[in-house]
Design a protein around this ligand. Structure first.
Ligand code: DGL
Length: 271
């Protein structure tokens, strides 16, 4: 009866980490589809199929609630799963994404209503951020920048390498060319907090950076306080289990970089 946390790979660990800091008493199952990551350049149909498969597996492991801790999956698969699949699979279970909670805090942070989004090509192509922002804060001008190299840099443990500087500067320059007035950027991919220091370094000092972990954690806490029927089904022993479609040794090695902690992991087959 754990909370399921899903990501294409390691990025969702940045979300899980913050959720556990805020809600240590709950049990969690993390599922990284590392064998098929990154999702960022994959088609809608494929991201939807892979995400649905993961959600079903987390349900089968007993999770009544699954968080898609992945912007690409939230952008491309969440709505179909909520509207089309959940009513057939189990209408008492819940699947939540991470784009909506992020968008809800933007107008408290931007001063001039000029906001930039960094995301995977998939998230940017989906238009999910501008669409969700327009529903809540129609006055905000949104510019987006797809950063196809940022996830591979993180997944290959090169976040502190010189190659990372080149690609981060390139995408930041390109975003600021689209709108030089931007005063707030959203790291719209769960891998990007691992690049935070370099991103901070290349952005002008006056630009705020919104990172999703704490925002998603607060939003989940609030959700559970408003939904006791879900909360009462969640077990609270403070445990966390890790599953990956990659080999467990590879997952453990890289996950420990994300979490600053040693973990144990189990491998799941891709099919
Ligand atoms: N971490 C995921 C996200 O938040 C995507 C990474 C990927 O491309 O698989 O968008």
């Amino acid at each position: 009866m754990a909370i399921g946390v899903f990501d294409s790979g390691y990025g969702g660990l940045t979300i899980l980490d913050k959720i556990r800091q805020n809600m240590p008493e709950y049990d969690y199952i993390y599922y990284g589809d590392n064998a098929r990551a990154p999702y960022g350049s994959r088609s809608f149909e494929v991201v939807y199929q892979f995400t649905l498969q993961a959600v079903k597996r987390l349900f089968d492991m007993g999770c009544p609630l699954v968080i898609l801790a992945c912007n690409t999956a939230s952008a491309k698969a969440l709505r179909s799963i909520q509207q089309k699949d959940l009513p057939h699979i189990d209408p008492t279970k819940r699947v939540l994404g991470i784009i909506r909670p992020t968008v809800e805090v933007i107008d408290t942070i931007t001063k001039n209503n000029h906001v930039g989004i960094f995301g995977t090509p998939g998230t940017v192509a989906s238009g999910s951020y501008p669409l969700e922002i327009a529903k809540i804060s129609p006055d905000i001008q949104v510019s987006s920048e797809a950063c196809p190299m940022w996830v591979p840099i993180v997944e290959n443990n090169e976040a502190n390498g010189e190659g990372a500087d080149y690609f981060i500067k390139k995408n930041i320059d390109s975003l600021l060319e689209k709108d030089p007035l931007i005063d707030t950027v959203i790291l719209g991919c769960t891998h990007y907090p691992l690049l935070y220091n370099k991103i901070r370094n290349y952005l002008p000092d006056n630009v705020n950076i919104i990172s999703q972990g704490d925002i998603v954690a607060k939003s989940l806490k609030d959700y559970l306080s408003r939904h006791p029927e879900i909360d009462s089904r969640l077990s609270k022993n403070g445990k966390c289990f890790f599953y990956s479609t990659e080999s467990k040794d590879k997952f453990k090695e890289v996950a420990s970089v994300f979490l600053n902690d040693e973990i144990d992991a189990h491998q799941l087959s891709v099919e």
